[in-house]
Design a binder for this molecule. Structure first.
Ligand SMILES: Cc1cc2nc3c(=O)[nH]c(=O)nc-3n(C[C@H](O)[C@H](O)[C@H](O)COP(=O)(O)OP(=O)(O)OC[C@H]3O[C@@H](n4cnc5c(N)ncnc54)[C@H](O)[C@@H]3O)c2cc1C
Length: 357
């Protein structure tokens, strides 16, 4: 018999025992969480790069497309009960999601239960939050309803557009008239809030609340709403000739294609335009000489300096390095702090779970 067979096996240290206990607790916890989610249509370790316009983002524990309002309320409850963060992903066109695994549940409102649209009396429409914005524009044009053609070419869902108060500067007159005078170069800024009559959202408790326009604050690329998930909106539009509406949509799309970098994956403008400068963020970044600068496969666009593009397989870290570089240079040269328009999604470590916004 070998000597060491008679030796008592060494006791694991208290630290190691605690680590093993915690690991098995987490495994059991995950197991029961998985059981609670089993009645949903779930995808585990779904890569979020498939769901963002940047084509960047690590895998999330659970990807779920709820089939009803009840399922959505149940997910909010489960996320709190199990201390799992819940992230709402619209079209993913204004998001930079970190490369590492995202702990928790990503919810996407692609099911028809969240995409219904209907015309209401008085030139109004009701649209589910998951409705694609460009499809909604085509549909309202067909119905002879006008009011948000300025959003032509802005990718995403109507829920995302409201959360962000999506908007655009367009040539004056091109919103109301199909004939855009090339002499008039004055830019008018419009945002979705202008046509919103009400927004209905599900609060974290699962309670549904409708807010009228006068209860909502529409800011620059930001809407002040109570924490919750937008379920639907009512838009107040105006009657118009379908051909003229379509013409305005085409005009607005054309200028977007001309001025923005749509050849590579991106999330559109990275920074808000500063309120304390006559220059746009794009101009400021361009003047610091950063146009075209690359970090691995991420690049400050040569066409539009407020765009960061993913040339192929860029990481969130690469993009963030460029973000910090642009902020640093603009601050150093102009004393202006560029503020992100882009939403950066990081794995939430908070223990109580719930909606991360
Ligand atoms: C090429 C390109 C051009 C762009 N041009 C413009 C432009 O001209 N003007 C402009 O304003 N934006 C522009 N964007 C940015 C983007 O299209 C808008 O911000 C758009 O409104 C985002 O919608 P989304 O559904 O993709 O939202 P996401 O990117 O999925 O989400 C954005 C934020 O909204 C939240 N959110 C989404 N849906 C809901 C919901 N139902 N309830 C609660 N919160 C929700 C998300 O949690 C997140 O915080 C551009 C983007 C790209 C890629």
């Amino acid at each position: 018999m070998a000597d060491d067979e008679n030796q008592p096996s060494p006791q694991p240290s208290p630290l190691k025992r605690e680590r093993v206990r915690r690991k098995s607790q987490i495994t059991n916890h995950k197991h029961t969480l998985r059981e609670s989610l089993s009645r949903f249509d779930i995808r585990e370790k779904e890569s979020l790069s498939k769901h963002t316009s940047f084509q960047i983002g690590g895998p999330v524990d659970f990807w779920i497309e709820p089939r009803s309002h009840e399922e959505l309320a149940e997910l909010l409850r489960i996320s709190r009960e199990y201390g799992q963060p819940l992230y709402l992903i619209g079209g993913g066109n204004n998001m930079l999601i970190e490369d590492e695994e995202l702990r928790g549940i990503a919810v996407h409102l692609a099911n028809p239960a969240f995409r219904n649209v209907e015309v209401l009396e008085g030139n109004r429409i009701r649209a589910g939050a998951g409705t694609d914005l460009s499809q909604l524009l085509t549909w309202t044009a067909e119905k002879g309803l006008s009011g948000f053609e300025f959003l032509a070419g802005v990718p995403g869902t109507i829920g995302g557009a409201i959360w962000m108060n999506a908007g655009r500067g367009i040539l004056k007159d091109s919103r109301q008239s199909s004939v855009v005078s090339r002499q008039k170069t004055e830019i008018q800024h419009h945002h979705i809030g202008e046509v919103v009559e009400s927004v209905t959202l599900m609060q974290e408790s699962g309670k549904i609340k409708t807010l009228a326009k006068n209860e909502i604050e529409f800011g620059y690329r930001h809407t002040k709403l109570p924490s919750g998930i937008i379920l639907e909106t009512i838009l107040q539009l105006t009657p118009g000739d379908p051909d003229q509406i379509r013409e305005r949509v085409r005009e607005n799309l054309k200028t977007k294609i001309k001025t923005q970098d749509l050849y590579f994956p991106s999330a559109g403008c990275v920074f808000k335009n500063p309120s304390n400068s006559k220059k746009s963020s794009g101009q400021l970044i361009e003047e610091t000489g950063l146009k075209g600068v690359r970090v691995a496969q991420a690049q400050i666009s040569e066409r539009h300096a407020n765009f960061i593009i993913n040339r192929s397989n860029a990481s969130a870290q690469d993009v963030l390095t460029l973000v910090r570089l642009a902020q640093h240079k603009v601050k150093e040269e102009y004393g202006i702090q560029l503020e992100l328009e882009l939403k950066v999604i990081r794995s939430s470590r908070r223990a109580h779970g719930g909606l991360v916004q």
